[in-house]
Design a protein around this ligand. Structure first.
Ligand code: HAM
Length: 430
């Protein structure tokens, strides 16, 4: 579990804001969900035999003995909430959530025990048009973050639960006869979760699988047509993709379309966003049968990628303030606080830190410099009496100036507008 310190948190905010904007722009509504749910919800929803439920959940006994778990993912909780609140009857829903998830995994770069997901889920729409919408939304994310050249798309069709069950029987039969040639993990999965063998990393297992029955042989015509509909839509939209028959996903609720956005720029934790259709989940969790589809992206991984691609923007992230107000005599601190507040009211988005703790001007200017501010305002008895403050430019932007207070807002606005703040700074006219 990681601490996110202020400098890194600035990048988080930038990325989260952009992603949120894309979601709201597509007409998705935010839903805020509990972190703690009944363990049973995940056992049924995600699947007893999945790694997540078998080995990765943080579970604890509540005071009344009920087993509860820190959510390992967001879909099951989202479905639980919408069923419980009666929001799935004869209506469609497009919702998104953002928050921390917990999995007891081996920590490494891009894989943490507490990680942050941004997820989107759509209910009540069975067609491939909405599959395409969600995938296209992913591409909108990567474009908004300037990382689209570093994310590629893999898709697959898992078919109906029925087709998968028939395929599972055939696969188990084929592999059981060749059990000794399987890697140890796959031998274990042969009993518990045979489909996961398809994404085994073992070369020997993959060689066996090349001759094995394939899921595509078991797909029914409707499912094939659905998938073809998605492929056609992606072609029309100009979205590149690879069909990967080995993409089976580690959660049991998927049916038909599954997809992953992968980056090759982060080493082994390359899946930055993943999801798919789960047409049986609402019913499984006690609601009326309702189709659903969604995805979740891993914020840490997206941030690692953003930092790798936009490393040059690091300087922009170093600033905590735009303006630092120095207080020359302690008795003027309240006056300075009041002035900072007025400036913030007049210049939405501007960041002004007001000095506290007294001390010599030289030390205050040092603090101003550390804050990353471009301007220090010097406030003292002379300034207050004359109705003007002294502005000192800290980044070589010009000579010190005396600015009448009634013009201060306009002067600061003009000054910041002339700076090339790039995409990362405050936009004063917003
Ligand atoms: P998932 O593939 O388990 O799917 O997780 C989605 C994304 O979360 C992954 O692609 C990855 O970026 C990130 N992620 C997963 N585990 C970790 C970890 N330990 N540390 C850092 N990042 C991680 C789901 O969770 C589904 N609920 C997605 C979904 C929504 N399907 C339909 N709707």
């Amino acid at each position: 579990m990681r601490d996110v310190l202020p400098e890194e948190a600035r990048r988080w905010r930038l990325v989260e804001d952009r992603l949120r904007q894309c979601l709201l722009g597509n007409g998705y509504e935010e839903i805020r969900l509990p972190v703690l749910e009944a363990t049973e919800l995940f056992a049924r929803g995600v699947g007893e035999a999945t790694d997540i439920v078998e080995k990765e959940m943080y579970t604890l006994a509540d005071r009344d003995g009920e087993s509860v778990a820190l959510r390992p993912e967001g879909t099951a909780g989202c479905v639980r909430a919408l069923i419980q609140q009666g929001l799935l009857y004869n209506q469609t829903q497009r919702v998104f959530y953002a928050g921390e998830m917990f999995r007891y995994e081996r920590p490494q770069k891009g894989r943490y025990r507490q990680f942050y997901q941004l997820g989107a889920e759509v209910f009540g729409l069975p067609g491939p048009d909405v599959d395409a919408e969600l995938i296209f939304l992913g591409l909108e994310f990567w474009r908004a973050l300037g990382i689209a050249d570093h994310a590629r798309l893999e898709i697959n069709n898992l078919g109906s639960a029925d087709a998968r069950a028939r395929f599972k029987v055939a696969l188990v039969e084929y592999l059981s006869a060749r059990q000794d040639d399987l890697d140890a993990d796959s031998q274990r999965r042969l009993q518990s979760n045979p489909l996961r063998i398809l994404d085994s990393k073992s070369a020997a297992t993959q060689a066996l699988l090349a001759q094995a029955p394939s899921l595509s042989q078991f797909l029914d015509p409707d499912s094939r047509a659905h998938f073809q509909g998605l492929c056609d839509a992606l072609d029309t939209l100009g979205v590149s993709y690879t069909v990967n028959p080995g993409l089976v996903r580690g959660l049991d609720y998927y049916t038909h379309t599954v997809f992953e956005w992968i980056t090759d720029s982060l080493g082994s934790q390359g899946a930055i966003c993943a999801g798919g259709r789960y047409d049986g989940l609402v019913e499984l969790l006690g609601g009326k049968a309702t189709p659903g589809i969604g995805f979740a992206l891993g914020l840490e991984r997206v941030l690692l990628l953003h930092a790798a691609v936009h490393a040059d923007a690091a300087a922009e992230f170093a600033a905590a303030a735009d303006v630092y107000s120095c207080v020359l005599e302690p008795e003027h601190h309240s006056w300075a606080l009041g002035l900072s507040q007025k400036l913030r009211d007049a210049l939405p988005g501007i960041r002004i830190r007001t000095h506290a703790g007294g001390g010599k001007l030289k030390n205050q200017l040092k603090r101003a410099d550390q804050s990353g501010a471009r301007v220090a305002l010097l406030i003292g008895t002379d300034e207050i009496q004359s109705g003007a403050v002294t502005a000192k430019f800290l980044r070589g932007d010009g000579e010190q100036q005396t600015l009448p207070i009634e013009k201060l807002t306009a002067d600061l606005k003009a000054y910041f507008e002339t700076l090339d703040r790039g995409e990362l700074g405050v936009r004063l006219s917003d």
